[in-house]
Design a protein around this ligand. Structure first.
Ligand SMILES: [Zn+2]
Length: 451
């Protein structure tokens, strides 16, 4: 209630954080009107330029009617309106961003696995709450977590859904599933047989998981695993696909080894994380034939290039990688960005995700991720689509990622046109999630609710 009241006071005060005359009008947002829930919000944004990521152009100015968390209508002339409204003139309204690869409970330090292992559940929850706050202030309105302790994730998701924690929508994969002692086993997702894997997926779906994440090769954070070696059989992956698809959810797989990518194609999974294309010697080499099969199978790739770059930078500074069995870590991590060029040219669908939470990768690096894509041949709008319309589609979030009638009102209000320069997304003037204003520029430390 305390947070609700403070929001109401601030909004009635005229939104001075937005500069000058204040662009917020109306009285409907007064204390007690339920700003923490989407169900009771209604908002009119007048005369704002609309960023159409699908067509790659800016329309408007138009007025946007938001009700019940959804963009209801986009009209040339603002309707008669007695509720709260924003003056959007001279400003741009774009979709909130979607980070497809995050780890809520890793702290983005130099030693995220060790810090995770040393932390209590309460400390891990504090890390998660902090990370989500960083993301929402960066205009990220949806994250997909691809590796977390399942029970804590359920709790954190519940806190976000209840409005106790200010953060993006969290799409969860629960614990990433791996062979015994496989990559990321510390999240609690070890499985030894297809039957165990099926049971575990059923259990996680019952607990609220909306994706399945498999660890199909070794990884840089887990000593005892080899990134250039495939770690799950095709039979295991097929079992995962069958039970997930039967429940209407999709499967993604962490793949550094090219051999693991080939198995994903054979097993008919939906998405690949990293796609490092490591040969059996651990060298990075995009296998064009395998990449074409990925494309032809409609499998999207989330290359996580910027997190890789930051992690490599850290390994160079400290003189060693986190996994002693990973001698080509730096080369692999730095090659992620240059892998994007051939994948994009071949027509592979790219989805933007950062691997934030992992080594030195905080939760506000998604813009850097897509900016890196533009160095590899993606246009500005193509890069932006990987974290809006295209990203939403590939993640199965059919009503997110666009400023359009009928879509969820996950939106960012910007001072400049992001299609002209992606940097316009760096500091949104305002972030709306499901129609609720959850962040305004200048509010450096957003009010957190009392515990
Ligand atoms: Zn990851």
């Amino acid at each position: 209630m305390q947070r609700r009241r403070r929001l109401g006071e601030r909004l009635r005060g005229g939104g001075e954080a937005l500069g000058g005359g204040g662009i917020l009008h109306g009285t409907g947002l007064g204390a007690g009107t339920g700003m923490t829930t989407a169900k009771t919000t209604a908002l009119l944004i007048r005369d704002v330029a609309l960023v159409d990521v699908v067509r790659g152009r800016v329309d408007g100015p138009r007025s946007v009617v938001i009700e019940d968390g959804v963009t209801r209508g986009i009209v040339a002339q603002a309707p008669a309106w007695s509720g709260p409204s924003l003056d959007g003139s001279g400003r741009y309204l774009a979709p909130g961003l979607i980070d497809a690869h995050v780890h809520c409970f890793l702290n983005a330090s130099g030693t995220p696995r060790l810090d995770y292992l040393a932390a209590s559940d309460e400390e891990l929850l504090a890390v998660g709450r902090h990370n989500l706050g960083v993301a929402i202030r960066a205009g990220i309105t949806t994250v997909r977590d691809v590796g977390a302790p399942a029970a804590l994730m359920t709790q954190l998701q519940g806190e976000v859904a209840a409005g106790q924690v200010v953060g993006p929508h969290v799409v969860s994969s629960g614990a990433s599933l791996c062979r015994p002692r496989g990559h990321g086993h510390f999240f609690g997702g070890e499985v030894a047989s297809p039957a165990e894997l099926r049971a575990r997926i059923e259990q996680q779906i019952a607990g609220g998981a909306q994706w399945v994440k498999l660890m199909a090769s070794g990884g840089g954070l887990t000593p005892g695993t080899l990134p250039h070696r495939a770690e799950l059989s095709v039979a295991m992956m097929q079992a995962a696909r069958e039970v997930a698809h039967a429940n209407g959810i999709k499967v993604t797989a962490h793949c550094h080894a090219t051999a693991a990518i080939e198995r994903v194609v054979e097993a008919g999974l939906d998405m690949i994380e990293h796609a490092s294309f490591l040969d059996p010697q651990g060298r990075t080499r995009v296998d064009i034939d395998v990449a074409c099969r990925v494309r032809d199978s409609g499998i999207a790739v989330c290359p996580t290039v910027y997190g890789g770059f930051l992690t490599a930078q850290h390994f160079r500074q400290v003189g060693e990688a986190a996994n002693p069995d990973d001698p080509t870590a730096i080369e692999r991590l730095e090659a992620r960005v240059t892998n994007v060029g051939p994948l994009h040219r071949l027509g592979v669908s790219i989805v933007g995700g950062t691997d934030c939470g992992a080594t030195h990768t905080p939760f506000d690096t998604l813009l850097d991720e897509i900016t890196a894509f533009t160095t590899q041949g993606l246009s500005t709008v193509e890069a932006l689509r990987t974290v809006t319309s295209d990203g939403a589609e590939k993640l199965g979030l059919s009503r997110r990622g666009r400023v359009a009638a009928g879509y969820e009102a996950d939106l960012v209000l910007l001072a400049a046109d992001p299609l002209a320069d992606l940097e316009a997304l760096r500091r949104p003037l305002m972030v709306l999630k499901a129609g609720e204003i959850v962040h305004e520029a200048g509010e450096r430390t957003y009010p957190q609710p009392p515990p």
